[in-house]
Design a protein around this ligand. Structure first.
Ligand SMILES: [Fe+2]
Ligand SMILES: [Fe+2]
Length: 277
């Protein structure tokens, strides 16, 4: 099937007049047949505004997928529901876990979903939570929990369930969206805390095919060490991934390195980036 993918929320903006950036991610997925679907919602500061600026009608969205329970992916759900009515919302059972980032200085910041499940349900969210790989619409899949199989994808430092630092939050709820397109699989990643190679391997294992055409979204390569970066680039080349539209937690330095390593495949996925595939 053919799809149009549009980045609605991202840290930086492209040339579409009046669009705004925020630290966050949201992508609109419009299949050739069936209702559009929203993958992540940003913080809630720019989603509705940017969609209007880009003439994208969010009232037609049938489903919302939350990649994981961080504020910069889930904060836009409440304003979306308030403006556009009830939606079925897909995620992982650990979505509402309390989460914090403890900085080296000892400062502790809450980074979980900024609204309670009850608030969201009152506004029209119908949650469908599962850790399994599943098809949520024709030729659209949700990865479910991604096994942490590679040794070089070591996960984030500084993420904990509370400010005591006793319980590490390994972000088990991190999951990605997979589209079966005419050109191959397209994987849309929110923050990819699970690791890009772990995610690709899990998707390939689950669908029994390894033809990944494109990876779009937050790769988290801005938070990893040299070994993980090098191994990930090797994997992307080895798998023959033809498009890498990276943004959000990829960051400027890792984007520059990706651009140098894979100049034909790499693009920056700013607000307004659109891929028709
Ligand atoms: Fe993020
Ligand atoms: Fe995150």
């Amino acid at each position: 099937m053919k799809f149009r993918i549009t980045i609605l929320c991202e840290n930086s903006v492209g040339p579409i007049s009046g669009t705004l950036g925020e630290h966050g991610f949201s992508a609109l997925i419009e299949p050739a047949q069936g209702d559009p679907l929203l993958f992540d919602t940003g913080q809630g500061l720019t989603l509705l505004h940017n969609a209007r600026r880009m003439n994208r009608d969010l009232s037609k969205i049938g489903r919302v997928v939350l990649s994981h329970g961080h504020y910069d992916h889930c904060g836009g759900l409440l304003p979306l529901l308030q403006e556009n009515g009830p939606k079925r919302v897909y995620g992982h059972p650990a979505l509402f876990r309390a989460r914090h980032r403890i900085k080296d200085t000892g400062e502790c910041w809450p980074i979980g979903i900024p609204h309670t499940r009850q608030e969201l349900e009152s506004a029209g969210a119908d949650f469908d939570l599962s850790d399994e790989f599943r098809e949520i619409a024709p030729q659209i899949y949700l990865s479910g929990e991604v096994p942490r199989a590679t040794v070089f994808e070591t996960g984030d430092q500084g993420l904990y369930c509370d400010c005591t630092g006793q319980e590490v939050d390994a972000t088990p709820d991190d999951q990605s969206l997979v589209l079966e397109t005419d050109k191959g699989l397209v994987i849309i990643v929110g923050c990819c805390h699970a690791g890009l190679v772990n995610t690709m391997e899990h998707v390939a294992y689950s669908l029994g095919r390894r033809d990944i055409y494109a990876v779009i979204g937050g790769t988290h390569l801005g938070f990893c060490g040299q070994e993980q970066f090098d191994m990930t680039v090797s994997a992307l080349k080895c798998w023959g991934v033809q498009k890498i539209a990276a943004g959000h937690c990829t960051g400027f330095a890792a984007s520059a390195r990706l651009s140098r390593e894979m100049p034909k495949e790499f693009q920056v996925a700013l607000v307004g980036f659109t891929l028709e595939v």
